[in-house]
Design a protein around this ligand. Structure first.
Ligand SMILES: [Zn+2]
Length: 172
């Protein structure tokens, strides 16, 4: 567990994610971080996106109607995330939502999620593919970081490069 915590502290120091309240907030962009210990069948995944890309708005939901719309959009994200952050089917991974919320700050809002991925096979035996999500057309870019045991890899998907595959094990 110590290593996993260290991984998140490390991510916390990268320029992409300065701190919970000073992070880069870029409309239309999401950041995905995947962390697992060497040999592990489980990983922690954090997902952060500008509110506009997932909710279509960054205004704080106030009315019952706005709150219902926000809830629907978060549920849509929860349902669709495994279809655009795609763990190798041979790993047989299941997603469990630990937390999924909207953090409103001033005129802006972020969608923040933490998920646990539980697989049948160690993650290093497969790859993870990330692509833009047809369910969220306003989401135009995704930055992905994977810290699997000693390996750190990253990739970006955007309009030009709509799919990225990150190998979680060693290069053969
Ligand atoms: Zn904003």
């Amino acid at each position: 567990m110590t290593k996993l915590i260290a991984a998140f502290v490390f991510f916390g120091l990268t320029p992409l994610n300065v701190s919970a309240h000073e992070r880069t907030h870029v409309h239309g962009l999401a950041e995905v971080s995947i962390a697992a210990e060497a040999g592990s069948r489980t990983a922690m995944v954090t997902f952060e996106a500008s509110g506009d890309s997932i909710l279509g708005t960054e205004r704080k939901a106030k009315s019952a109607q706005e709150k219902a719309a926000e809830k629907r959009n978060l549920e849509r994200l929860e349902k669709n995330l495994p279809a655009f952050v795609i763990f190798d089917p041979s790993l047989a991974c299941l997603w469990q939502t630990k937390e999924l919320k909207v953090d409103t700050h001033g005129k802006h809002a972020d969608v923040e999620g933490t998920f646990e991925i539980v697989c049948q096979t160690p993650l290093e035996q497969g790859s993870v593919r990330v692509q833009l999500a047809s369910a969220f057309p306003s989401l135009v870019g995704i930055k992905v970081q994977a810290l699997i045991g000693p390996r750190q890899r990253s990739a970006t998907v955007d309009a030009k490069n709509s799919v990225a595959t990150i190998k979680m094990g060693d290069d053969k």
